[in-house]
Design a binder for this molecule. Structure first.
Ligand code: HEC
Ligand code: HEC
Ligand code: HEC
Ligand code: HEC
Length: 508
């Protein structure tokens, strides 16, 4: 029987702990579980709104009753985050859990202190040089409006605080969520001022205290004016209370099961961001609009970004961790834009080349066949650069006749045969594009990124030599941020080769 202080609990999941042997309680709270052993086993029970309860049971020993305790429904913003054995913050989880080492390598653990984030927030480069504050001019019809930075002054790239010196902005709601999670404080956190566990960014206990997300039922998306923590429901405990949410219904003591943790919506509040009226971050919305969001045949964010970890416990066995099905234990490394293997399994590229009269024709086809959202996604700084080079037997590049070229902002590849894939934003007043200062009003100038299952085909023509061999090299690069911005800021992030193909054509 499963009950709470009031009476029977119907629909509770009852399980022989850490096995697939499970059932559900009926309307009167009762259940029957077959046992194949005569040694005592732990039987767990969970229902929504309750901590996981348990009892030790022996086959044939008569009925058992598991009494469930509801968890608190309040949130206490003054809660001092978890610490244990003298360790503060997420390190206190490292004593018992292998997930810690993975999370240390995950960008979530750096989101508050990531130098690229902070240099963009402050308008500095990595050495601390700062661009001049934004300039404004006055016009009788429009009032004050911003103009481009003075070309005669040293410039270290844009910064939120250059344009808005007197406000903290919304950045902390996603990048420093624990500091922003106080009533009335969401837009007043300066990321330079945070310390302690708040500086751990998106940390263990923060994610595992999320009990719900707030989405607009009409769109399935977060409300545009509620970024990050403003769309999250936290369960921070009061004095003498404690609660962690997890993806198992049979983990006892201070734990409850949260099916939401296995759903993409869990990630939505921080992976969807509207600034003014422009959709800046939209990995969640892109996923929602794609076949990947089909509950039957699709895949969740976690399916791709939290793959099977490769071990069969989540608490070290010497710390009392139970052996479990390894297919249910997921990695917290969360691969993304700096993971070569991950990027090399994102799209498929095929190139073909042939001769037509005196012309070499190269056709390149790129399909987003394995990514659950646009490629690239996330920050609008990310883009792909495709280059097509044709080289004759003497090692000379053949002159391009037709087809696209890499845009002027394409860094070392600018002007070469090829193209870029990006969402290009332009600031409204200064008309700078591509802009990375998306905290200002901007408009989407162009967006040719690859939607899920979409194919892009581009064709290039070159003057073919009279005779002999022509080599064609086709390369697709992933670039974390616009080359000019990286130079201004002093960021040093090498491109990652996503796809590469070499072809040979012979003119008889
Ligand atoms: C970005 C949010 C996030 C952060 C940060 C995070 N987790 Fe998780 N964690 C999840 C989600 C989501 C799952 C469920 C994954 C699934 O079902 O695919 C999970 C699952 C788990 C599990 C169950 C076993 C497993 O790996 O599937 C444990 C234990 C766990 N997390 C511990 C930790 C610890 C310890 C840390 C910090 C070192 C941490 N988590 C940081 C979101 C997070
Ligand atoms: C509280 C806000 C928050 C939540 C919840 C959250 N993220 Fe993130 N995520 C971020 C921020 C902020 C970054 C950027 C960190 C940086 O680059 O400094 C990020 C970065 C990432 C990256 C890039 C990681 C890398 O190592 O390059 C991936 C992938 C990602 N998130 C996936 C997820 C998934 C999947 C979930 C849900 C299980 C999730 N996130 C939940 C805020 C969040
Ligand atoms: C079918 C697999 C798949 C699914 C589903 C998926 N992703 Fe991704 N994700 C990828 C791949 C592959 C990349 C690398 C290519 C790219 O950047 O688009 C990536 C990249 C990202 C990045 C960029 C990382 C960076 O460091 O810039 C973020 C953020 C991200 N995903 C978040 C999400 C979120 C949030 C969801 C769910 C709403 C999700 N992904 C669903 C495969 C997937
Ligand atoms: C709605 C949540 C949200 C808000 C608000 C937000 N960000 Fe982000 N930010 C993210 C996520 C998620 C990523 C990771 C996406 C990816 O990896 O492609 C990210 C990535 C970045 C990056 C790229 C970091 C890198 O290592 O390449 C920079 C820079 C950045 N954000 C700056 C800011 C600034 C400055 C603000 C405030 C003006 C801000 N963000 C507001 C969610 C947010």
């Amino acid at each position: 029987m499963v009950r709470d202080a009031e009476g029977p609990v119907a629909g509770a999941t009852v399980r022989v702990q850490a096995t697939d042997n499970k059932t559900t309680t009926t309307a009167d709270g009762s259940f029957v579980l077959g046992l194949t052993t005569t040694t005592p086993v732990s039987v767990t029970a969970w229902a929504e709104g309750y901590f996981v309860g348990w009892i030790s049971a022996v086959s044939g020993a008569g009925p058992v009753t598991i009494t469930l305790k509801p968890y608190y429904t309040t949130d206490n913003p003054d809660y001092a985050w978890f610490s244990m054995e003298g360790a503060e913050g997420s390190r206190s989880c490292s004593h018992c859990m292998p997930a810690y080492e993975e999370w240390v390598e995950d960008a979530h653990s750096q989101s508050a202190v990531n130098p690229r984030f902070l240099t963009m927030y402050n308008g500095t480069d990595v050495d601390g040089n700062r661009s001049p504050p934004a300039r404004y001019v006055y016009n009788r019809n429009y009032g004050f409006f911003p103009v481009r930075p003075d070309p005669d002054e040293p410039y270290y790239g844009p910064g939120y605080r250059l344009d808005f010196p007197n406000t903290a902005g919304n950045c902390a709601t996603c990048h420093v969520p624990a500091a922003a999670a106080y009533p009335g404080r969401a837009y007043s956190v300066d990321p330079n001022q945070v310390s302690g566990i708040e500086a751990e960014g998106v940390f263990c206990e923060f994610c595992h205290k999320i009990g719900d997300v707030i989405l607009d039922p009409a769109t399935g998306l977060p409300y545009p004016n509620r970024p990050g923590v403003l769309s999250l429901r936290l369960y921070r405990p009061g004095e003498g209370q404690q609660l962690f949410f997890g993806n198992f219904d049979d983990v006892t003591r201070r734990v409850s099961y949260l099916p939401l943790e296995e759903e993409s919506s869990f990630c939505a509040p921080c992976h969807f961001g509207v600034f003014w009226d422009t959709l800046v971050y939209n990995s969640f919305g892109e996923w929602l609009d794609s076949p990947y969001s089909d509950p039957e045949t699709g895949r969740t964010c976690q399916d791709c970004h939290m793959p099977i970890a490769g071990y069969d416990y989540f608490v070290f066995p010497e710390k009392g961790g139970l052996r479990r099905d390894p297919n249910r234990i997921f990695s917290h490394r969360m691969p993304g834009a700096s993971d070569e293997a991950f990027l090399q399994n994102a799209v498929a590229m095929t190139a073909t080349a042939w001769l037509e009269e005196g012309t070499l024709v190269v056709e390149v086809s790129i399909t987003n066949d394995r990514t659950g959202h646009y490629v690239p996604t996330g920050s609008p700084l990310r883009h792909l650069i495709l280059t097509v080079q044709a080289i004759d037997g003497q090692g000379q590049a053949l002159p391009q006749q037709g087809g696209p070229t890499v845009p002027e902002w394409g860094g070392p590849q600018a002007g070469q045969p090829g193209k870029a894939f990006a969402k290009v934003l332009e600031t409204l007043w200064t008309e700078i594009s591509p802009t990375s200062a998306y905290w200002n009003p901007t408009r989407v100038l162009s967006d040719n990124r690859l939607a899920p299952f979409a194919t892009d085909v581009s064709t290039y023509t070159f003057d073919a030599p009279e005779e002999g061999l022509v080599r064609v090299e086709v390369t697709l690069l992933y670039r974390r941020a616009f080359a000019r911005l990286m130079e201004q800021k002093g960021w040093d992030v090498p491109d990652i080769v996503m796809e590469e193909q070499g072809l040979e054509v012979v003119r008889p």
